[in-house]
Design a protein around this ligand. Structure first.
Ligand SMILES: [Zn+2]
Length: 306
């Protein structure tokens, strides 16, 4: 990565951190819990694929593409500290990739997820639970890591890993359309060590930490809901990957059931507006979280957006 890019990336992270601190306070408190958005860096995906049927003239206003038609995306995971446990939601791209992969996806690894954990005083052995929203490689890539012998092993040796059972089955039995996103090395070694646990439908891990099935991107995609002292935060995953995807028809071309995504988004945004949820975006390169407001036409936008 060039120096200018690196500087602007760090500036964005700094800006993002400032915004997060404005929302959560210096101690990252959320009710009784602590929540920390943690970066695994950035990468790039095709802008057309990221916006589905939306014409380029519209999406490039918010997301200018590079000479290969790619737009920058963040890899923001979430750490929840609740009931004395460290719960990690999604694991980014991970560290197992070769140069070809890094070039293809323009991976900018100024800080890996493990580096980010270190900044809050945690290491891989401190994680008790990992929740994957789904098993695509940009959400589950950090589930595993290469050990000294070159074997792929779970990154978090003491953790139980959670995903929807249906998502796991779809990943194991991927088809021609879905295969490129599911890489066995991100989930098979977890099974080998017997560290998988499966949710079936909406489920509660602990009081105040639950998963909600938010299908559309994949049939068994899940989001994570954190509730404490009357406050609710909602980690979206890929159902609304960036702030630019707030408009209902702005749906990724990657989504397997776009009309289902639209209905899931409608429910999330209505609930978030009515109940004042803090929405957390996994792929937005600038904004990690925010509250929605409604304009006169009934369209949702983020409070800080003007
Ligand atoms: Zn993604």
């Amino acid at each position: 990565m060039g120096t200018a890019l690196k500087v602007s990336f760090q500036k964005n992270i700094k800006l993002g951190t400032q915004k997060v601190k404005q929302l959560l306070g210096e101690d990252m408190k959320f009710g009784d819990f602590n929540i920390f958005p943690l970066t695994d860096g950035r990468f790039r995906l095709d802008g057309g694929a990221m916006f589905g049927v939306v014409p380029r003239v519209l999406w490039e206003k918010c997301c200018p593409a590079d000479d290969q038609n790619r737009i920058p995306l963040s890899l923001t995971c979430l750490l929840i500290q609740a009931h004395g446990k460290n719960i990690l939601v999604d694991t980014g791209l991970g560290l197992k990739h070769d140069k070809k992969f890094e070039h293809m996806f323009a991976v900018e690894r100024t800080a890996s997820l493990l580096d980010s954990l270190k900044t809050i005083g945690l290491s891989s052995t401190d994680i008790h639970f990992v929740i994957n929203t789904h098993l695509h490689f940009d959400h589950a890539g950090g589930n595993t890591v290469l050990d000294d012998q070159g074997q792929t092993v779970p990154t978090f040796p003491k953790a139980k890993y959670f995903v929807q059972r249906g998502e796991y089955e779809d990943a194991v039995h991927a088809n021609e359309r879905t295969r490129a996103s599911y890489r066995r090395e991100n989930f098979h070694p977890i099974m080998h060590k017997n560290q998988w646990e499966f949710f079936v439908g909406n489920s509660e891990l602990f009081a105040g930490v639950s998963v909600v099935v938010t299908s559309g991107h994949t049939p068994h995609h899940q989001s994570v809901k954190v509730e404490s002292e009357g406050k609710t935060a909602f980690f979206l995953g890929d159902v609304i990957p960036t702030v630019s995807h707030l408009p209902l028809p702005y749906i990724m071309g990657y989504d397997l059931s776009p009309l289902q995504t639209m209905e899931t988004k409608r429910w999330i945004l209505d609930s978030a507006f009515e109940e004042g949820w803090l929405l957390m975006f996994e792929h937005d390169p600038q904004i990690q979280m925010g509250y929605v407001q409604k304009d006169v036409e009934g369209k949702y936008f983020l409070k800080s957006q003007t």
